[in-house]
Every structure is written in C-alpha cells, then in structure tokens.
Design a protein around this ligand. Structure first.
Ligand SMILES: Nc1ncnc2c1ncn2[C@@H]1O[C@H](COP(=O)(O)OP(=O)(O)OP(=O)(O)O)[C@@H](O)[C@H]1O
Length: 692
C-alpha cells in the first residue's frame, strides 16, 4: 500500500472504529484517517499533576496519580448512582467519584495505577475528586508539578473526548510515521516550518503550548499555500490563452461620453480606469475584481469598459443580480450611449417571448453592442457575435460557475467583476485570489458623511416628523421593513401594511410608494421610475432595494427592526442615501436583545467605512458565513484565520505564484509530493487533474 493511500484509509477500518462509530464520525466530517488527523482540538486544557493530594485546596482542578485500593457503588437520590474508588498516592488515601457510570468499576481493578483529573472537594473530611477524566497508567512515578496539555475536541452525540483522543493516538502512531512531507524543502527551510508528522503530533499531543503554536504555524501556512496554489493555477489557465481581438488607442466615443458626464472622474476612478485599460490592451484576457464602497462610482467605470468594447466594434455585457438594477443600468447607459450612436439592449427573465427572441437575434448579429441583463444573459440559447467585455455586478450573488458561464459566451473575453460589499484585503485575496484587484478607495467629492442614529421604536413619531420636514424641502425617503427570514411573503405583507398605515397616518400629506419582492416586475419598475423622477416622496420597501439603487435626491433612510439585519446588509442599505450633495440621515430603529446585535448597531453608528464594517462583520460571523464561501467553491479553512493570519497569507500567495512560475505543472521531482497532495485535497480541481 503506498503512503498516500494509507492516510486516505476510510476511518471505519481503523481499529476500535467499525461501521457504527464510522457513521457517527462522519457527522463530524471525518471520513478518513486524514480527516481525523486534521480534526484539530478546539482548545487545550492545561492540567496540573500533583504528587500528593494534601497539596491541593477546595475547588482546585487537579490531576493526581494513585493506586486503586477498592471501589463501591452508592445509590443517591432520584435514581442517581455514584462509583467511589479509594486510591492511595503513597502518603494519603483519597477518593475518586464518578456519577452514573457504574461500568467504570470494571476498568479499575485494585492494584492498578490511574491518573484522575477533576475538581477537589474536601468538605467531607477526606479529599474527594469528582472525575472529569482519567487515564490508566503503567508507571507510578510522578514528576513533581508536571504540567500536561490535554486537547479538547468538538464532539457529537455518542462520540466522547476519550474515544476521540484514543482514536487520534492510534492514527498518529499507525499512519503518520512515514507520511511524506509535501511542502517543498526550500520553503520548509526558508520559513522554518515544522515537518508534517511532527506538526500533527504536536497539535494533538503537545507537551506544552509552545509546541501547539509551532505546529499551528506550519498548518496555517500549509492550508493557505495549497489554496493559493489552486487559485494561482486557475489564473494561469485563464491568462495563458490569447484574446482574438485588439483595441485601438483612439477612444473617441469614450472621450465624448466623459465630456457629457456632469462630473469628472475622481483620482481613484481615473487610476482604476487606467488599470483596466492597460489590461484591455494586453493580449491575454483581463480577469479583474473592481472593489469599491457603496456609491464610490463603480458603475461609471464599468460603463467605460463596455463602451470601449463597443467603440472597437465588439460587444459588452453587464450581468446584474436583480431586474430593478438591470433596468436602472439600462436607463443610465441608454441615456448616455444612444446619442453617441451605440446600441444598448436589455434582457431579463420577465420579458415577453417575442421581445426576448428579438433581443437574442440582435445579440447574435452583433447589432446590440451593449447588453444589460440578469441571469437571463447566461441562458444556453444566447450566442454573442463577439463578446469582448463581460462585466458582473455584485459578484456575491453569482457563483463561480455563473461567472464562468458568462465568460464562455465569448472567446476569452475580458472579465470585470464588481463588488459593492467591501471585502477586507486578506479575504479578497483568498476569495478572489485568481483575480487582480482594483480598488476605488475614494468617494466622489462633496459627499457629506451620513448621520446615523440608533433609536427605540417609541421615538418613531419624531422620526416621521423629521422625515416630513425633509420631504417638504424637496428630499425623498426610504423606509425599510423588517427582515423576515425565509419568507418573502410575510416580508412583503409587512411592507404592504406599513405603506397603507403611513399613507393614511404619518405621511398622509405625501405620496407614499411601495416596493416589495412579490410585485410584478413591470410594477416594480414603474414604482422605481416614479421614485427616481421624484413623484414618490417616501418609498416603503423591503430589502429588494439593497443593491445598487441610485437615487441621489433620497436623503432619509429609516430601517425598522435594524437589529435583525447583518452588518454588511445595513451598510448596503444605508448606502442608498448619501449619494448626492445634500446631508443624508440613516435612522436605525431597534431594540437589540443580544450583545452581537448591539455591537453591530454600535459599529454602524461609529463608522461609515465599508472596509472597517466588513472587517467587523467578518469577526462576528466568520468568513464562511460572511460571503458564502460555500457557493464560491472554495474549501473551508480549518486552522487559518484570514484576518489574524494575513501576513502568512501574503507570503503563501507569493510563494505559490513563484512556484508555478518556475514549475507550472508541478513536474519537477521535488514537487511530486506536492502535486499528489493537491490532487488528494482538491479532487475536483481541473487544473492539476490531467498532469503527470
Ligand atoms: N466622479 C464622480 N463625481 C461625482 N459624482 C459621481 C462620480 N462618480 C459617480 N458619481 C455619482 O455617484 C453616484 C454613485 O455612483 P455609482 O452608482 O456608480 O456608484 P456604485 O459604486 O456603483 O454604487 P453602489 O455600490 O451603491 O452600486 C451616482 O449618482 C453617480 O452618478
């Protein structure tokens, strides 16, 4: 049996396991010996081993070794039993007590030496230890004040610490001694990393905390290095292909468009546009993430990219997550593009069949130069004549696969992925490690910070009074209805009720609009158009408004039950105001019941910086939840923490890039083990699958 197969042995075949326990272990995600070895302790307990029980005090938690003298079962109240074992430490007699575990007596025969760990109780004269854990020992020699570190694992029903520790011990002894090292030797030396087998041993059976730290450092590097290798390989696959089109430097229509805008680009926008243009002029396809806080002006930049493609006789496509947004972008582009002679089209799921067919034809013939659409854009029956620029807005809502499907609509098109949810740099490097990153880190000039207040519901009348004043001076407002988990129906109904209540009550003198997820698309669009034109003063809405909606005259945002929203979502919602020159306000109505909810609201009050808030959010929720890594197609991280370990991440990324530059297919003998490891860890990865 070769070594790799050995560590891949199904856990069922390890001694003491068997099919029944194997199925319990599977609930913990443990299918193989490898999974078991990489099932790291959640924490460690430091244990003090004392030589004689008279050295301890009441309520101390200690470990003490003793020889079994005898035992007895006691019947307590309410059917409880206690097993009391008399032990001698050589000087004193003391008692170890187990509750409701009569079987323990069978394991502990008189004459054996055992170490018991637990809390000390001296109230009844002799020392009594309530046993939390125990070990059978062969030797009766105890070192004085010896410290032992005991791993504590996350458990599931019917799998206890003792069993897991024992199983891991077996796996370590029988499967790791010859386990090969797969991190290249030069990196092990350069970063002074522990070898693999020692790292696994020290994670599970450390002698002291320092050992766990050393082991963890290696395993973090390993985890991030393998992940970055995968991402770097994905990127190489893309950027090795050549584009079938080239761009001219003229940019005449582009310049006209910029002149027609009522504003000039901010320095951050100009810089990012230069980065994108440079990529567009390259012979290999662009694969770039455009990141920018809400309202930082990403749309204009993507428009420039689409326009450049159109000006060069090619096609551009912009895919957005909602119909409202598709419509909004379409209106914006049409207004500016048509006077320049560029054909812009819309394609959404709700369009009538005849309209769709017409759009398909225009896309296929190339007459539709820029297409804005929802998921409808990646349907099978759509073919572009020459798609050269594919832009995806709000990448979070699309998975990696959808990104690839749009890309496949062209022959190596340039690809621009935009995200309005600011992602901390470290996380972006992992989630989008295969993309280059451009950041718009500056808001358009003249924006005033949004004033954010957190209030209790009983202050709502004052809020509506304030809203009325703002509407009277010509502004508009949003009122966001409570979030109803999993039920668009209930959520929509809440919005309907509230709109009615306000239009007859607090806002009776004004025009109140309603927008929710269950409305027909045409109606949604009609409402948005009216709001955009100022015909609606206050819009009662659900979270459908969340992304991208741009009505600069709206200056008040009231979020009801704000404690039920996540931080990223609150920030997105708040980003719907503060998009013009007027002072804007965000009022969070909440009655937070948990510390976490209070922390979120405090963060919103404190900061308007999307990057700061995203980092806070990441701390609260963890990366998987934060951006749905499950749908991003990336493996979960076991030891690395993307915020804490950002330095290791940067190093691992650079090393991965350098390694692939020198050995793109990992064919060199010194990288053989690494290739094997990658294939085992990422069996679905196409990049390394066919090699070797
Ligand atoms: N350089 C600029 N100067 C002044 N206003 C600008 C500038 N760039 C964009 N804007 C305006 O700022 C508003 C926000 O821009 P845009 O919609 O492009 O931002 P965004 O980053 O796409 O926002 P979101 O993430 O919320 O979708 C728009 O009304 C836009 O016209």
């Amino acid at each position: 049996m070769n070594l790799i197969q050995k560590i891949s042995t199904p856990i069922q075949y390890v001694k003491t396991v068997g099919p029944q326990r194997a199925s319990m272990l599977q609930k913990l995600g443990i299918y193989t010996v490898r999974d078991m070895l990489y099932y790291f302790p959640r924490r460690y307990e430091e244990r003090k081993l004392i030589e004689f029980v008279n050295e301890c005090s009441q309520d101390d938690t200690v470990s003490v070794r003793g020889t079994v003298l005898g035992s007895q079962d006691l019947k307590l109240r309410q059917g409880l039993t206690a097993t009391k074992v008399a032990l001698s430490d050589g000087m004193n007699i003391f008692y170890a007590v187990w509750f409701n575990q009569p079987h323990i007596k069978k394991q502990i025969a008189p004459g054996l030496t055992i170490t018991v760990t637990g809390k000390v109780d001296q109230r009844y004269g002799a020392v009594q230890i309530r046993v939390a854990d125990f070990e059978l020992n062969n030797s009766s020699v105890a070192e004085n004040y010896w410290c032992s570190i005991v791993p504590v694992y996350a458990l599931s029903e019917k799998i206890n610490q003792k069993f897991l520790r024992g199983l891991i011990k077996t796996c370590l002894e029988e499967y790791t001694s010859e386990q090969e090292e797969f991190i290249p030797e030069n990196l092990i030396k350069k970063y002074r990393l522990l070898p693999l087998n020692r790292s696994l041993l020290w994670m599970h059976q450390p002698q002291n905390i320092l050992e766990t730290e050393k082991a963890r450092r290696r395993l973090i590097f390993e985890e991030l290095f393998l992940l970055q290798l995968l991402l770097a390989a994905r990127k190489r696959t893309i950027t090795r292909k050549l584009k079938f089109f080239t761009y001219s430097d003229k940019n005449e229509i582009l310049k006209k468009f910029l002149n027609n805008l009522s504003f000039g680009l901010t320095p951050a926008q100009s810089r990012v546009w230069q980065e994108i243009m440079t990529d567009m002029h390259r012979s290999v396809p662009m694969y770039r993430l455009l990141q920018g806080d809400v309202g930082s002006g990403k749309t204009v930049i993507s428009t420039l990219a689409l326009l450049k493609a159109a000006e060069n006789g090619l096609q551009g496509a912009l895919m957005v997550p909602t119909e409202i947004l598709a419509e909004q972008h379409y209106l914006f582009l049409k207004r500016y593009m048509e006077p320049l002679g560029i054909n812009v089209g819309l394609l959404t799921g709700k369009m009538k069949k005849a309209e769709k067919n017409m759009a398909f034809q225009l896309i296929e013939s190339g007459q539709m130069q820029i297409v804005i659409g929802t998921h409808a854009l990646i349907q099978e029956n759509i073919a572009f004549k020459h798609l050269a620029m594919a832009v995806i807005d709000e990448q979070h809502r699309f998975g990696v696969r959808q990104r690839a499907t749009l890309q496949d609509k062209g022959i190596c098109p340039d690809m621009l992925v935009m995200t309005a949810t600011p992602i901390p740099r470290t996380l972006a490097m992992t989630l989008y490690g295969d993309l280059d990153i451009s950041v718009i880190d500056q808001l358009p000039p003249g924006r005033k910070p949004i004033k954010t207040h957190v209030i209790y519901e009983n202050k709502l009348p004052d809020t509506y009074e304030f809203m009325r004043k703002q509407i009277r001076i010509g502004r508009q407002a949003y009122i966001i209805c409570p979030l109803v988990e999993e039920s668009e129906h209930v959520e929509s109904q809440a919005a309907i009720d509230l709109a009615l209540e306000l239009s007859e009550g607090e806002l009776a003198d004004f025009s109140v609009g309603l927008l929710h997820g269950r409305m027909k698309s045409e109606l949604k669009e009609e409402v948005m158009t009216k709001f955009r034109l100022g015909e609606i003063d206050a819009l009662v809405t659900t979270t459908v408004i969340e992304v991208g909606v741009d009505v600069p005259n709206a200056t008040v945002m009231v979020i009801l039950d704000a404690d039920r929203f996540g931080l990223a979502q609150l920030h997105q919602l708040r980003g719907r105001v503060g998009r013009g020159l007027e002072q804007s306000y965000c009022i969070l109505v909440a009655n937070p019941k948990t510390d976490e909810a209070r922390a979120r609201l405090a963060a919103m009050h404190r900061s308007e910086d999307g990057f700061y808030l995203a980092e806070q959010d990441l701390r609260i929720r963890g990366p998987g939840e934060f951006c749905g890594t499950r749908q991003s197609g990336l493996p979960d991280l076991k030891v690395a923490d993307l915020i804490r370990d950002w330095k290791i991440l940067e190093v691992a990324r650079q090393e991965a890039i350098d390694l692939l530059a020198s050995d793109p297919e990992l064919k060199k003998p010194e990288n053989e083990a690494l290739l094997r490891e990658i294939r085992t860890r990422f069996p679905d990865s196409v990049q390394f699958a066919h090699i070797g």
